[in-house]
Ligand binder design. Structure first.
Ligand code: ZN
Length: 267
């Protein structure tokens, strides 16, 4: 079976599944890769989208007598009503975010999830990358999603440069954006769980390994490139880290892994 799979793979263009079954393989950047999402996750996502669609159908189809039961200020006009509903959902989502406590992570996901309208807002925030900011001057930049030369935000060769003179040498790519995110995570100390680095808190061995996450964070902060410059604020600290690693994700990885040794170091 393996050879048939590989033969098929050779004929497959970028990103297309070879097989619909659970053994499907994909080609990513020329390499056969196992699926990045599970069939069950796809089914879950589709079910969620179906619930969002059903919610809109319900809101659109409300009779006047039913509207007052939902809310006494619900607009009668159908389009207006949906806009109003989404506006309230945004408000509810924000309140839900603010009400989260750090020990909610221990309560189990089903006890913490917000209602469907707030989930809908969360979902759309995740689809929208938000404004792209220059890594150096932090000015918001216009980033087209698709460009003819393949350098749009959603495309593989995404690249953007800030027009400011001092920023001309900085290339904004998926890699340097990841470096910015990682540097921000390194300097962040609170709230408690947000101070840990991605992939260090939950491991295959444990759901919540606080001891390990703390050790990893403490260890990597010993790297001289990542040390807080005396008297600087967090923003200046982030800039110092990125400069020290030459704006290269590879360089920050090197100085992090040099400080994290041992069998379960997964960075
Ligand atoms: Zn700039």
């Amino acid at each position: 079976m393996g050879s048939v799979l590989l033969k098929n793979l050779e004929q497959m263009p970028f990103g297309f599944p070879v097989d619909d079954g659970p053994f499907a393989m994909y080609r990513i950047n020329g390499y056969p890769t196992s699926p990045l999402v599970e069939v069950s996750q796809l089914k879950g996502h589709l079910a969620l989208l179906r619930h969002f669609a059903a919610l809109r159908t319900t809101v659109d189809g409300l009779k006047q007598s039913e509207m007052s039961v939902w809310h006494d200020q619900m607009p009668e006009d159908r389009e207006l009503r949906w806009t109003w509903f989404v506006g309230r959902a945004v408000e509810r989502f924000e309140r839900w975010c603010q009400s989260l406590m750090s020990d909610d992570t221990e309560a189990g996901i089903w006890n913490v999830l917000p209602p469907l309208d707030a989930l809908m807002v969360w979902h759309s925030y995740m689809l929208n990358p938000g404004p792209i900011r220059c890594l150096k001057c932090l000015k918001t930049l216009e980033a087209p999603l698709m460009k003819e030369d393949g350098t749009g935000y959603l495309q593989q060769n995404f690249i953007l440069r800030c027009p400011a003179y001092d920023c001309q040498t900085i290339r904004i790519t998926k890699e340097t954006l990841a470096l910015y995110k990682l540097s921000s995570d390194i300097v962040r100390t609170e709230p408690r769980f947000w101070g840990f680095l991605a992939g260090t808190l939950r491991t295959s061995m444990s759901d919540l390994n606080i001891g390990r996450a703390t050790n990893v964070k403490d260890a990597i902060l010993l790297a001289k490139e990542l040390k807080e410059p005396p008297g600087s604020d967090k923003a200046a600290w982030i800039q110092s880290i990125m400069k020290n690693v030459n704006y290269q994700l590879m360089d920050i990885r090197k100085c992090m892994t040099s400080k994290v040794k041992g069998g379960d170091g997964r960075l």
